[in-house]
Write a protein that binds this ligand. Structure first.
Ligand code: TYM
Length: 333
């Protein structure tokens, strides 16, 4: 069955293995299925919900587009563009904010995490950010949205908003409620230093994550220093309970080798972590360093990246522009 895919990544720098295994690797698989129509967005309007440096932001937009392409997304098959180039995203977001109740937004756990203790100082944009995300998805009638586990609640909100719009304006299924595509076991890649914390670009320790721009030596060093425990590797998934670091490294190995966790446990059950880590470092560097080299090459060809983004924006504008026009008509504008 053909799918309409939409997903986005924030251009906030330091894209890491969590972004790759939780999202971008799946974008590539979906892009490779000729039946799918895929749209991958560099969500720069989302990025400014927290303060950004102007020059760094424009570099990060290009680097995120370069990461998509270097990972294997073909810009002649899939649409790649940056959100701020298509005005319908912001317009749709405003319309949807006028019908989404505050109670729904108050439940969003990511806002609570990101705003931290002093939520009075967080921007209004950070608070209503999930509505912009709903607008992104609904403008393209996306049927499926590949994301990591941390975005699941935002997708549930998107479905609720779509249904409320259709009900409030009595327009059947004008806005299509999308299905999340979240990979079991691999959708929450954890920090290499603490198996209970998500791998994140904002962690102050660079040793906590593998960046997609890391060199082979950096990857090997980070895996060597990754936290483990003192027991051998188990041969069954249920024996991983209460061993978050072991679970994380074994999940990373399984995901990067595109095999099940069960198969990895059969391969390494009973062995020592030192032996497993050598193989993990080997496979990670063989898969990630070519991407890293390609990103560096593409970053030097800004003309090409700008052309990909401009062509993508023009195609995205055709789709989203029509949808927002219909949406405004339904409302009475
Ligand atoms: P962002 O930019 O924080 O992350 C991009 C993608 O990477 C996934 N991810 C992870 N997956 C597994 N383990 C991790 N440690 C990890 N860290 C990040 C995220 O789940 C995400 O899929 N709100 C979104 C961007 C967005 C979007 C959209 C996504 C805006 N509009 C429309 C889908 C559809 C975000 O901030 O992702």
């Amino acid at each position: 069955m053909s799918k309409k895919i939409f997903s986005g990544v924030q251009p906030t720098g330091n894209l890491h293995l969590g972004n790759y295994l939780g999202a971008i690797k799946n974008f590539v698989d979906l892009n490779n299925d000729i039946q799918n129509e895929c749209i991958f967005c560099v969500v720069d309007l989302h990025a400014i919900t927290v303060k950004q440096d102007k020059d760094q932001l424009s570099n990060n937009i290009l680097e995120t587009a370069a990461t998509f392409i270097a990972s294997g997304i073909d810009p002649t098959k899939s649409i790649i563009f940056n959100q701020s180039k298509v005005h319908a995203h912001a317009e749709g977001s405003w319309i949807l904010s006028c019908l989404a109740p505050m109670g729904w937004l108050n439940r969003m756990t990511q806002f609570k995490e990101k705003a931290g203790k002093d939520k009075e100082k967080a921007s209004v944009g950070l608070y209503i950010y999930p509505i912009l995300m709903a607008s992104d998805i609904l403008l393209y009638d996306a049927t499926h949205v590949p994301v990591g586990e941390d975005q699941k609640q935002h997708l549930e909100l998107t479905r609720d908003i779509a249904q409320k719009f259709n009900k409030d304006f009595n327009c059947d299924d004008f806005l299509k409620a999308p299905e999340p595509l979240i990979k079991k076991n691999f959708a929450r890649i954890m920090s290499l230093k603490d198996g209970l914390k998500k791998m994140s670009k904002s962690d102050p320790s660079d040793l906590s994550r593998i960046n997609l721009t890391d060199t082979k030596d950096e990857i090997i060093n980070k895996i060597k220093k990754a936290k483990t425990d003192s027991y051998p590797i188990p041969d069954e998934e249920k024996k991983l309970i209460d061993r978050p670091e072991a679970q994380n490294l074994l999940s990373i190995y399984s995901s990067i080798s595109s095999q099940t966790l069960d198969k990895t446990l059969v391969e390494f059950g009973g062995k020592k972590f030192s032996e497993f880590k050598n193989q993990l470092a080997e496979i990670l560097s063989s898969k990630i360093s070519p991407i890293s080299e390609e990103i560096k090459k593409l970053i030097n060809d800004q003309e090409y990246l700008n052309k990909v983004l401009a062509e993508g924006a023009s195609k995205a504008e055709d789709i989203a522009g029509k949808k927002i026009k219909e949406m405004k008509k339904i409302i009475g504008f």
